[in-house]
Design a protein around this ligand. Structure first.
Ligand code: MTE
Ligand code: MO
Length: 301
């Protein structure tokens, strides 16, 4: 399969003890490797890409179904039952149906992808995801001619999700991608972090990761995937269309209505506490810019 993205190195190449060592201690020895090609895609170097710690990645989250505070998901999301889990795949596909988590996993190849992650509020992380290419799942269900978009929905379980009693968003949480974005080899369904199962607060058992877009595109705990010929409604766009567009590509040249998006601050501080310039398409310009040829990116923000 020529389109598959080839990951050159994995954490196994760096050190088997990576989960237990302090990142900053091992950096001295692995900086060259990290700089050389551990990052997924061809993200331009702006700094050595040091992945954030497990602690940082799992205790500073957005998952409004469990509250709007950054620490609410880690405190509350344990109530979500993630097994058994099933995803309904419907719309313009040859094989619609309800697929169990195990069934989905049996038909895909899980790999590690170390990606930049950029949130709209101007913070960023580097996250070592484990996941599979969404394109592989879409191939299996058979996308029909004429399908142009993919819509996603999160579980809506009032008895397990205290935050959905508050109408901050129009539940269930919804997101969408254009079909070519969904089929791009950088687009993955993440099922793990640092080789462990993905924690509930990060979107267990399966969440979308689209590294060139703002964080809110990466919808968590997905229960429905629908192929359509029309641009699907998305939760943040429905909540505030002036501030959140359908595309949501990381773009330092298009400010959010209330703040600039031309720089970011790495979660975790330390060496990276200073603000760094935000890169076009979050550093994945070489990989994805061609998807948007001819589009006005200030109009389609
Ligand atoms: N279902 C659901 N998915 C969601 C959200 C949410 O509130 N509910 N928040 C989004 C936002 S705003 C961001 S920035 C990312 C945060 O992902 P993280 O917590 O894994 O860093 O999740 C996105 N996916
Ligand atoms: Mo966000």
């Amino acid at each position: 399969m020529a389109r598959r993205y080839q990951s050159k190195l994995t954490w196994d190449d760096v050190t088997p003890e990576h989960l237990f060592l302090n990142r900053r201690q091992i950096m001295a020895g692995t900086g060259a490797l990290l700089g050389a090609g551990l990052i997924g895609g061809t993200a331009q170097a702006q700094d050595v890409l040091e992945p954030n710690t497990w602690e940082e990645i799992t205790t500073y989250n957005n998952y409004y179904e469990f509250g709007t505070g950054k620490t609410d998901p880690s405190a509350n999301a344990h109530t979500l039952t993630t097994s058994p889990w099933a995803v309904e795949i419907d719309g313009m596909v040859d094989n619609p149906g309800t697929y169990s988590f195990e069934d989905i996993m049996a038909g895909v190849e899980v790999e590690e992808r170390i990606y930049r992650f950029r949130c709209v509020e101007a913070w960023s992380m580097v996250i070592p995801w484990n996941g599979f290419e969404l394109a592989d799942l879409l191939a299996r269900v058979g996308v029909q001619d004429g399908a142009r978009y993919v819509a996603f929905e999160t579980a809506l379980r009032p008895d397990e999700m205290p935050g959905v009693r508050v109408p901050v968003l129009d539940w269930p949480y919804r997101e969408g991608l254009r079909l070519d974005e969904a089929m791009h080899p950088l687009t993955i369904m993440a099922t793990g972090i640092y080789g462990r199962d993905i924690p509930n607060q990060n979107g267990a058992p399966m969440r979308l990761v689209v590294p060139w877009k703002y964080g809110f595109k990466s919808i968590k705990s997905i229960v429905r995937i629908t192929l359509t010929d029309e641009e699907p409604p998305t939760s943040w766009n429905m909540a505030n269309a002036r501030e959140y567009g359908f595309y949501s590509n990381v773009n330092p040249n298009v400010p959010h209505r209330r703040w600039s998006q031309d720089s970011e601050r790495r979660i975790g501080g330390g060496l990276f506490a200073r603000r760094v310039p935000t890169l076009m398409f979050n550093g994945y310009e070489e990989d994805v810019a061609s998807l948007y040829d001819g589009m006005d990116l200030s109009e389609n923000y």
